[in-house]
Ligand binder design. Structure first.
Ligand code: NDP
Length: 487
């Protein structure tokens, strides 16, 4: 059987590049090349801009309710094709089918549905100023670009294109070169639903293609999901043409477990916030601060449940709940952090090694890993690892743990477990993070704005306010009286 080759998706169809350059995509659970993708060369880049201009002309002049109706058809198609799309995500990312089947496509569809519903509700203002008045219109920005990470490829494409398209913009999306197929499938679905050609284009490639998007003077905004370091480059590059930016970046988020907390629930949150999607989630609570009074109980239950309940293996097996990391390189990076944890004096409670499960012996697995005896200055406690590595620390003073939790340049997420309602709110209000949970962790519904404080991001995704980030306000002054002129 020949290995498929996917082209860039431009102006409603696949378009062959001129350079002939391709890259290979591997299944992280098998190490096999599963398909090739053509790189977006200068010919494709130019075609993407031209088609987005045409797409914008058609889409931005449709009424919001028409756009909404079309986007809702796309939502229905996404849900109808859930299993097919979820399988693509499993093969591209290495995450378990168990997750992709109920999360990735569904949460992507939810966000498009949410913004499709809001599109016709966007209104301007009108105000009298004497006998004259002014009114405002919410107008789309033009051509917007999205650059995605590899952990939730289809979901990220939906979260970025949903509000952009609902507001009437055209969009050019570049998925990570590790996971390029989901966005192509979304592009096909948009066309099938009736989105005009050119409104959603997919360009493929690595950093150079991302750089082109951030530099292009034809693009008004870039919404980026990825590492803090890459985000800084994107912002610097986007400044050249004064583009609007949304940055969804990395985190090193704290979870505070007080001594009155439901410990089993707190362990569930800690495990979900470190081992779901094999630890490759930006909001993960990789610094767990446990009150000294409940520390032993917490780590005993954590160790037992980690060693007994986690099943690593072929991610397509519905019983498997722990998948492979995205690449061999990433597996090595995560292992290097584990080595640093050991050499800097942390104690391994469990894990700390690569795995080679019988059903996926060549996959890039790292065992779910918990470090105890951690201190705030250790590398594993300070830096984002983006793998299944949890650091457990202890505390006995509320003010002190808040200070320690905030002692980082990152501020994506935070969580608190306590039964004391006053403490829960008092503490969470002092934590410097954009996405916070009380007695919960990780849920991110379409209705809730998400984004980071400090170096974890700029702007928000989801929630009503995001639509404003994809529009610009035009003010129109209407003269009802004669102009008084000194000339
Ligand atoms: P990267 O920053 O490496 O890459 C993100 C995207 O940017 C990829 O499409 C990448 O292309 C592209 N890219 C790389 N260099 C440039 C450049 N100079 N200019 C423009 N684009 C560029 O992140 P990862 O893909 O490794 O994703 C993991 C990171 O994403 C973690 O830090 C994680 O915390 C963060 N993340 C944040 C989320 C949030 O909502 N806050 C959600 C999910 C992840 P390519 O991959 O093809 O090289």
């Amino acid at each position: 059987m020949t290995t498929p080759v996917y082209q860039n998706f431009i102006n409603g169809h696949f378009l062959k590049n001129q350079s002939g350059e391709t890259f290979a995509v591997k299944n992280p659970a098998t190490d096999d090349v599963i398909y090739y993708v053509e790189v977006a060369d200068a010919f494709i880049q130019n075609a993407a801009i031209q088609s987005a201009k045409q797409g914008f002309a058609a889409w931005s002049t449709m009424s919001p309710i028409e756009r909404s109706r079309i986007l809702l058809k796309a939502v229905a198609l996404l849900r109808e094709r859930n299993d097919l799309l979820a399988k693509i995500e499993v093969l591209d990312t290495g995450k378990p089918w168990q997750e992709a089947e109920c999360v990735d496509v569904q949460t992507g569809a939810d966000v498009i549905e949410y913004f499709a519903g809001l599109a016709p509700a966007q209104v301007g203002q009108q105000q009298m100023v004497g006998e004259d008045f002014y009114y405002t219109r919410k107008e789309p920005l033009g051509i917007c670009a999205g650059i995605g990470a590899w952990n939730y490829p289809l979901q990220i494409a939906c979260w970025k294109s949903g509000p952009a398209l609902a507001a009437g913009n055209a969009f050019i999306f570049k998925p990570s070169e590790e996971t390029p197929l989901g966005a192509i499938k979304l592009a096909e679905i948009f066309i099938e639903a009736g989105v005009p050609a050119g409104v959603f284009n997919v360009v493929q490639g690595a950093a150079e293609v991302g750089q082109w998007l951030t530099q292009s003077a034809d693009i008004e905004k870039v919404s980026f999901t990825g590492e803090v370091g890459t985000g800084k480059k994107v912002v610097a590059s986007a400044a050249g043409s004064l583009k609007d930016v949304t940055m969804e970046l990395g985190g090193k988020s704290p979870l505070l477990v007080f001594d009155d907390a439901d410990i089993s629930q707190a362990v569930s949150a800690a495990m979900l916030g470190n081992f779901y999607t094999q630890g490759e989630i930006c909001t993960n609570c990789t610094r767990i601060y446990v009150h000294k009074n409940v520390y032993q109980q917490f780590i005993d239950e954590l160790k037992t449940r980690t060693e007994e309940n986690i099943i690593a293996g072929d991610p397509l097996d519905p019983n498997v709940n722990f998948g492979a990391l995205i690449s061999k390189k990433h597996q090595q990076l995560v292992m290097s952090y584990i080595d640093k944890g050991i050499s800097e004096g942390a104690t391994l409670l469990t894990g700390g090694k690569t795995l080679s499960p019988a059903s996926a012996p060549n996959g890039y697995f790292v065992a779910p890993t918990v470090f105890i005896d951690c201190t705030d200055d250790m590398t594993i406690v300070k830096e984002e690892i983006f793998g299944p590595v949890m650091s457990v620390l202890t505390f006995d003073d509320e003010d002190d743990v808040i200070r320690r939790a905030n002692d980082t340049h990152l501020g994506l997420a935070a969580g608190v477990f306590t039964k004391d309602i006053k403490r829960a709110h008092r503490v969470i209000h002092q934590l410097q993070a954009g996405i916070c949970w009380i007695n919960s962790y990780g849920n991110s519904p379409a209705e809730m704005p998400v984004g980071g404080y400090k170096q974890s991001g700029i702007g928000r995704e989801n929630g009503i306010e995001t639509l404003d980030h994809y529009t610009q306000t035009k003010s129109i002054y209407v003269g009802m009286t004669n102009i008084e002129s000194p000339f």
